[in-house]
Design a protein around this ligand. Sequence first.
Ligand code: BTN
Length: 309
Amino acid sequence: MKRDILTQLRATSGTISGEWLSSRLGLSRVSVWKHIQALKRTGYQIDASAKGYRLVKSPDTPFAWEFGDREDNIHYYDRVSSTMDIARELARQGSPEMSVVIAGTQTQGRGRLKRVWQSDEGGLYFTVVLRPAVVPQTSGRVVLYAATVLSKMIITQFDINAGVKWPNDILVNDKKLAGLLAEMEADFDRVIYLNIGIGINVNNNPTLNEPSATSIKNLLGEPVSRIGLLNTFLDLFEQSQMMAASPSAIEEWKKWAVTLGREVRVVTPRSVTEGGAEDVDENGGLIIRKKDGSRKTVVYGDCFHRDVV
Ligand code: BTN
């Protein structure tokens, strides 16, 4: 109902009478008033006068009702441990594909390779539940594809020179703008769920704690709408999901990758591989040409571009 009230209020810059709203939405005047009060408590600035209601300003908080028809599958929390934890529970309980858990802040935001993901207010932190019809070995493509969609969207919307560092960090001028983390449960031959967690530095200032990170606001010099960003990402990702698990997802990733052709060092707890990043294989493994001329494919690890100081 909040969504319907906001739609009506946003359709005009003027004032809408309570009577009109109640007849239009089939609610009592008291019920309209209660919804308006609830919206005000969550940060919407709404002028209430004898003439009716006027929306002055909306917060950029990704409440479920800001996502149109997706509303029922969006779960927004001001503060959680990690959206990955909540999404895992939802997925295990059978929640549908494209369910999304969003958090204003995370107290235990997780990054790849057991790192902490700083989750200050102003960033966009969410996890999407997917149920791709693929064998577990190819699920990596879906994650790479999500990084591709994100990178492309950032370039198109903001004219920011974003690219993907293997496997799925979004970088701008070698500074980290966003990261993706995947979690999956699978049988031998089928994925039960694949949750993709995405953290985007939007209006926060990660540079304070992490000099090698940046945010959209830092790059543009002004804040941008997290609601708009997430709506666009979900639409683009869902529209092209057919491609996500196919081999062409890898071809698409390559177009936006900033790792191929560079000298890299890939570190795992067990090994360090150095050499030229030549290619990625059909499942997203990075093919490295070592100094001795041999090739090695690494499937996970921390990738450093060696020409970055
Ligand atoms: C990385 O670059 O290491 C991956 C970072 C992923 C961060 C996101 S924020 C939303 C979701 N919840 C988490 O705890 N982590 C992911």
